[in-house]
Write a protein that binds this ligand. Structure first.
Ligand SMILES: Nc1ncnc2c1ncn2[C@@H]1O[C@H](COP(=O)(O)OP(=O)(O)OP(=O)(O)O)[C@@H](O)[C@H]1O
Ligand SMILES: [Mg+2]
Length: 168
């Protein structure tokens, strides 16, 4: 008789619904892997989360966020908010906003595009370059960090809510 089969949690942890580890790491060898990850990650979102997406220029932050929005039913063009700073969408999980704060000269400038009223509205918030808005952003529920590898990208995800519950 065979026992329960081992899940593939080490290979693709976010496909395991009962996985309660606070931090996950995954290798994304190509853009397709990023899109696949985006889809599985999106399926775990309820809507209303604040997600920080960190990583250097051109590492794939927008690619990941575009994949998340597409997986949540956005059919319109998802363009990088490099100049507009904010783009808004309607998704299957309610409103979503995509922010790219790279061009903020100072965090306080964020108040011109995202004031208290903006943050009071419930929405899934997907934020590139959150460091540039430090002190003027809500706390993240989930932090994602992307890093360049010789072939592809490394992604680390930390669910702050699980970390808080674990006291770590
Ligand atoms: N896993 C991956 N492996 C290899 N290339 C990837 C991967 N994910 C995304 N890319 C490629 O990385 C490039 C840059 O992507 P993207 O514009 O999403 O980066 P970004 O982090 O948003 O950049 P910026 O900091 O300028 O906003 C794109 O050409 C995309 O195809
Ligand atoms: Mg980008």
């Amino acid at each position: 008789m065979t026992g329960p089969t081992q899940t593939e949690s080490d290979d693709f942890p976010l496909l395991c619904p009962n996985d309660t580890r606070a931090s996950e790491q995954i290798c994304l060898p190509d853009e397709q892997a990023t899109e696949d990850f985006a889809r599985s990650f999106a399926s775990r979102l309820r809507g209303g989360e604040t997600v920080f997406v960190n990583g250097e220029l051109g590492v794939g932050k927008t690619t990941l966020i575009r994949g998340i929005l597409r997986a949540l039913g956005v059919r319109s063009h998802v363009r990088s908010p490099t100049y507009t700073l904010v783009e808004s969408y309607q998704t299957l999980r309610g409103p979503a906003v995509h922010l790219d704060l790279y061009r903020l000269a100072q965090p306080a400038e964020l108040e011109f595009v995202a004031d208290g009223e903006f943050w009071a509205r419930p929405a899934l918030r997907l934020i590139e370059w959150p460091d540039h808005g430090r002190g003027f952003l809500p706390n993240p529920d989930i932090q994602i960090h992307l890093a360049l590898l010789p072939h592809g990208r490394a992604l680390e995800l930390t669910d702050q809510r699980l970390s808080a519950r674990k006291g770590g």
